[in-house]
Design a binder for this molecule. Sequence first.
Ligand code: ME8
Length: 519
Amino acid sequence: MATAPKFYLTTAIHYTNGPPHIGHAYEMVAADAIARFKRLDGYDVFAMTGTDEHGQKVARTAAQNGLSPKEFVDKIAGRFQEMEQALGCSFDRFIRTTDPDHLPSTHELWRRMEANGDIYLAKYSGWYSVRDEAFYGEEETTLQPDGTRLGGQGTPVEWVEEESYFFRLAKYQDALLKLYEDVPDFISPETRRNEIVSFVKGGLEDLSISRTTFDWGLPVPGDPKHVMYVWVDALNNYLTGTGFPDPASPRAHYWPADVHIIGKDIVRFHAVYWPAFLMSAGLPLPRRVFGHGFLLNKGTKMSKSLGNVVDPFDLAASYGVDQLRYFFLREVSFGQDGNYSHDAIVGRINADLANDLGNLAQRSLSMIAKNCEGRVPPCGALTEADEAMLALADGALEKARAAMQDFALHTVLAEIWAVVAEANRYFAGNEPWRLTKTDPARRDTVLSITIEVIRQVAILVQPVMPAAAGKLLDLLAVAPEARSFASLGKAGRLASGTTLPAPSAVFPRYVEPEDGQAA
Ligand code: ME8
């Protein structure tokens, strides 16, 4: 038996300095949809998400909350795990950087970089942003009129002067540029790639990779008064997940990662530092890094200090999990920034889900229940228009796959909804409700083609709306083993005569609550 090709995908691991927000939810849902798509397409998938729990930012927030760092991160990590469930995600592991297997794995990475002559002890003096957990060169900072200084991403920086281990990042400048050249899609979208290429061309400085002024981190091997820089610790979660350094781990074959799905603000860490660490340690590099955009609340970036954080649990409860997932992935071009608003989400729910797909399913299935004894009706001779309708549905997988090649989730959905739109035109144009008296055989053919198209649409939307699509497939009596992409097209056509369950609505319209308050 041929073994399935493997696909290892990760999200970023989320900081546990506060509860999850909608940006975290967005990233998780997008990554989950890609993982589900690959599973349905026959891949041996390992998908991982998790939490980034060490470092000064987390330690400080814990102290402000009167808790020890460990007590604090346990609470917050629990919230992230609940969110994963609340959003219908299917990750294979939720990793925490406080998990016991992460320390030996990260020590091994450090030792390999050291053995390669890439780590040395010196003194760091420079600017550090605790919010970004990032060092900034003086030229990347700006002095504000009030005397404070801001780093590259607009967060406050503070002066740090301490003994530190350094990683010889500068040594990897040419190798990194060669990587970007040899593997043009290593970083995408293109704009992020260009930013990174020009950053690296501008010259790299060695990177401070340990701290001594706090202790909430992984100790440096052989010198425990230093803790590792939180980004060394955090990035290595991706290796830990595959059982590194144990070559006999059941997950060892997943390395290298096929894609890291991360936000645009942390591309530098993933596309510069991470491959350099791996080159130094003599390990294979991830295949791709995808930097998605930010989800903005009606145009402004969400942040705790701005007070406009939208709670993802509330959103899922108000609109429905699958509806929220659909909104995130259809409304925003994956890779670009996108806006959230109540009206936009309600628009998508009512137009795309309730009207376009939900109504079509409801109308065709109700007619079958009423007129065809609740069985898949027989399909007679096909007209050219019938053939064209089926061909469009049969061809959707190839289009979806092509879009998925670039992680263009919005395009995947647009291609599927092009089929839905055509199915609506087909249904309306053939007026099956008029045929009962004049030509019931033709009516049966039109209905059978309509629900065959819905079957394929339901299979294809499973990655984005797993529960709703499952319900739709239940209504079509599609067996669980006939729901993968292998059953798309001719391979899995609905068999006439199959008994269908009583139809019910899968995509209800969103109705504003009585008091008129938006969710
Ligand atoms: O950066 N819209 O953690 P984090 C979309 N621990 N995505 C957003 C977002 C928004 N409004 N806000 C944040 C970290 N993100 C590190 C990662 S990986 C080894 C360590 C994304 O909790 C952000 O870009 O600040 C990142 O990919 C993820 O959420 C976690 O952000």
